[in-house]
Design a protein around this ligand. Structure first.
Ligand SMILES: *Cc1c(COP(=O)(O)O)cnc(C)c1O
Length: 389
C-alpha cells in the first residue's frame, strides 16, 4: 500500500509518511481535499484511485498511510471517532460469537459492547482482568473470536503483557486487538508485539489539541483489512477531510509532545506519591506500579495519564476538583493542556455501580491528564487544591 518506512525512525515517519509534497503544486502541507466525487477518464478508470469520498479521500489516505507507517502496520483505516472505529470492527461479528475484553476498558467501549453489540447483534462478551494471563487463558471459549485489550486501562492504568497474551490467544485461534489510545503510536507498538490490530481514539494524543474527534484502526493482516475496509465504506462512519488534516498535523509533533507529557507526568506522580493527603498513585512509570516491569518492557513512553486515590471520599474529591485553577475539569485526555476528572461521576458513569466497585473506581479516585505546561505551574496548582481539602 505504501512505500517501505521501516528504514526510517518513528519521528521521521510521523512527519513524512503519506505526506510527500503535492505532485501538482509542490505544496508541503497536505491539502484538505473537499471534493465528494472524482472525475473518471472513462467509466471505471480513475485518475488517482478515488471515486467517491466516503470510499476514499486523498486527505484521509495521507493520514491512513502515516498511521500505518507509525504503527509498523501495512494498512490503516480512519473513522469518524474512536467509538465509530470499534462499532465498525464489531460489525464483523454476529450471533454465536464470544468476545473477551479487558474488564477495565474505556466506558464508551463497555457501553458499546454490552448495550449495543449484545442486545442488537447477539454477541456474547466476557470481561476479564487481562493483567492476569492465566485468567485470560481460562476465559476462552470454543467460540471466542476476539480478545479486546486495553493497556494501560482506563482509569486504573493496569498493564497487560501484550506479547504473552497474543501468544496465548493465537494458540486458541483468537485475534487480539489493542486499544493503544493511552500510549499513542509513539509509546507502544502492539503489532510488533504480536497483536493483530491496533485502534486509537485520535481525539486524544494523536490530535493532541482538543479540536478533533476521530478514530483509526491499523493492521498488517490483509484479510482483516479487507473486511474492515468493506465495512468502512458500507457503514460510512468516515472522518471529514478537515478532521484528517488536523490529526495529520497532530502527528508531526507527537513525539515532542509525548516526551513532554511523560516528563511532567513523572514529576507529578512522584509529587503525589509523597503527599500526605494522597492514599495511592497509579502511574506505569512509577516503580510502585504493580506491573512496572511489564510497562518498562513494552512501553517506550509512559504517557501523561495518572490516576490517584485521595484520602477520604466524595467530599474530599469534590473539594479538590473545585479548587484547581490551571487544570480544567473535563472529560477527554491526551491534549496539551492539563485536564482532570472524576471517573465515578464523569467518564465511567455509564459503568454499572457494582462493576465500578469491583474495578476500584471509587469516590476518591481522580484521573489526571498531564499537559505540557510548565511543571512548576502544574505542581503549584495541585498543591493549592490539595491544601484546600
Ligand atoms: C476516548 C477513547 C475512546 C473513544 O474514542 P472517541 O474518539 O471519543 O469516540 C476509546 N478508547 C479509549 C481508551 C479512549 O480514551
Amino acid at each position: 500500500m505504501s512505500e517501505d518506512w521501516s528504514q526510517y525512525h518513528q519521528e521521521t515517519r510521523f512527519i513524512h509518511a503519506g505526506q510527500p509534497p503535492d505532485p501538482v503544486t509542490g505544496a508541503l502541507a497536505t491539502p484538505i481535499s473537499l471534493s465528494t466525487t472524482f472525475a473518471q477518464h472513462s467509466p471505471g478508470t480513475t485518475y488517482g484511485g478515488f471515486e467517491y469520498s466516503r470510499t476514499g479521500n486523498p486527505t484521509r489516505k495521507a493520514f491512513e498511510q502515516c498511521l500505518a507507517a507509525s504503527e509498523g502496520a501495512r494498512f490503516a483505516l480512519a473513522f469518524a471517532s474512536g467509538c465509530a472505529t470499534t462499532a465498525t470492527i464489531m460489525a464483523m461479528y454476529g450471533p454465536g460469537t464470544h468476545i473477551l475484553s479487558s474488564d477495565d476498558v474505556y466506558g464508551g467501549t463497555r457501553r458499546l459492547f454490552t448495550r449495543m453489540c449484545t442486545p442488537n447483534q447477539g454477541i456474547e462478551f466476557g470481561f476479564v482482568n487481562t493483567s492476569d494471563p492465566a485468567a485470560v487463558e481460562a476465559a476462552f471459549k470454543p467460540n471466542t473470536k476476539l480478545l479486546w485489550l486495553e493497556t494501560p486501562t482506563n482509569p486504573t492504568l493496569k498493564i497487560s503483557d501484550i506479547q504473552l497474551i497474543a501468544e496465548i490467544a493465537h494458540k486458541h485461534g483468537v485475534h487480539v486487538y489493542v486499544d493503544n489510545t493511552f500510549c499513542s503510536p509513539y509509546g507502544q507498538h502492539p503489532i510488533e508485539l504480536g497483536a493483530d490490530a491496533v485502534v486509537h481514539s485520535c481525539t486524544k494524543y494523536i490530535g493532541g489539541h482538543t479540536d478533533v474527534v476521530m478514530g483509526v484502526m491499523c493492521t498488517s493482516n490483509e484479510e482483516i483489512y479487507n473486511k474492515v475496509k468493506f465495512l468502512q465504506n458500507t457503514i460510512g462512519a468516515v472522518p471529514s477531510p478537515f478532521d484528517c488534516y488536523l490529526a495529520l498535523r497532530g502527528m508531526k509533533t507527537l513525539h515532542l509532545r509525548m516526551k513532554a507529557h511523560q516528563k511532567n507526568a513523572l514529576r507529578v506522580a512522584q509529587f503525589l506519591e509523597s503527599h500526605p493527603k494522597v492514599d495511592k498513585v497509579l502511574y506505569p512509570g512509577l516503580p510502585s506500579h504493580p506491573q512496572y516491569e511489564i510497562a518498562r518492557k513494552q512501553m517506550k513512553n509512559f504517557s501523561g495519564m495518572i490516576s490517584f486515590y485521595l484520602k477520604g471520599g466524595l467530599a474530599e474529591a469534590r473539594r479538590f476538583l473545585e479548587h484547581v485553577k490551571l487544570f480544567v475539569c473535563a472529560e477527554s485526555l491526551g491534549a496539551v493542556e492539563c485536564l482532570l476528572e472524576h471517573p465515578g461521576i464523569m467518564t465511567h458513569a455509564s459503568v454499572p455501580e457494582e462493576v465500578r466497585a469491583e474495578l476500584g473506581i471509587s469516590d476518591s479516585l481522580i484521573r489526571l491528564s498531564i499537559g505540557v505546561e510548565h511543571i512548576d505551574d502544574i505542581l503549584r496548582d495541585l498543591t493549592g487544591a490539595l491544601d484546600a481539602i
